[in-house]
Design a protein around this ligand. Structure first.
Ligand code: FPP
Length: 246
């Protein structure tokens, strides 16, 4: 199977996590090291995403969630923000074109109302047209923040209480999960952050309560299948107790 022998692939020996989430970090530093503009780093990051999404499918990962643009990323230069939006637009156009071949269900986590009308429409189209596919689901976090997601969820629930459709006593952890962008998606078992940073950066705050974090030194554009294998192997070596005793 191409580059790696089966023996190298510790990850192949155990089933992969059903839901992997990734903070695609390090694009800027990757570009800087090469004397390239930051947008070139994001373009390489988008390629890396394509490669890893395909590999996740090969491994049988059911859900892949990626942090593509945070509620804080608007602070970057207009040129950089525009560059990322263009890459997303191109990717979604391509995904819509290849939808029947790839059979990926696309879902968007985040407040999309701040995106351009064209991008909002592409997101809506991709989500609607891919709803029929159930094998692989890619969740794009776009204008996403974990705190923002919780505030949105609380607001929605409060509105329903105000209309008399719910009572505050009904609310428990399971019900509240249904008010989040990730409604219906199981929590990620594994969250990977490449690039050497060891922070959560407002990513999946509610959903990561019991996730295993793997921090890796490789920059996202250089992150390949072998790195994903390594992260999955680390995951399998963890002893997950969910607050219980060993
Ligand atoms: C973080 O690296 C990365 C982002 C804020 C943007 C991620 C976007 C992409 C990978 C492209 C999106 C397109 C598709 C199709 C997925 P950074 O810029 O913060 O890197 P640095 O910490 O080295 O500066």
């Amino acid at each position: 199977m191409g580059l790696f022998s089966k023996k190298d692939r510790a990850a192949e020996q155990l089933p992969p996590p059903q839901h992997i989430a990734i903070i695609m970090d390090g694009n800027g530093r990757w570009a800087k090291k090469r004397g390239l503009p930051r947008t070139a780093g994001h373009a390489a990051g988008a390629e890396s995403f394509r490669r890893i999404a395909n590999y996740c499918r090969t491994l049988g990962v059911r859900y892949l969630t990626v942090y593509a643009f945070s509620t804080e990323n608007w602070k970057r230069s207009q040129e950089e923000v525009g560059g990322i939006m263009t890459l997303l637009q191109r990717y979604l156009e391509e995904a819509l074109r290849d939808m029947e071949k790839n059979k990926v269900h696309f879902v968007f986590f985040g407040d999309l109302t701040k995106l351009s009308p064209e991008l909002q429409e592409l997101c809506r189209d991709a989500e609607e047209r891919s709803r029929q596919y159930h094998e692989v689901q890619v969740n794009f976090c776009l204008n996403y923040g974990g705190r923002d997601e919780i505030v949105h969820g609380v607001r929605r629930f409060a509105r329903e209480v105000a209309r008399g459709e719910r009572t505050p006593e009904e609310l428990d952890e399971n019900l509240f999960s249904q008010y989040l962008y990730s409604a219906g998606v199981p929590d990620p078992e594994l969250i990977i952050r490449p690039s050497g940073e060891q922070r959560i950066s407002n990513f999946l705050l509610w959903q990561s309560a019991y996730s295993e974090y793997v921090f890796m030194d490789v920059l996202w554009p250089d992150f390949g299948p072998r790195d994903l294998d390594e992260a999955i192997s680390q995951f399998h070596r963890r002893n997950r107790r969910f607050g219980g005793a060993k």
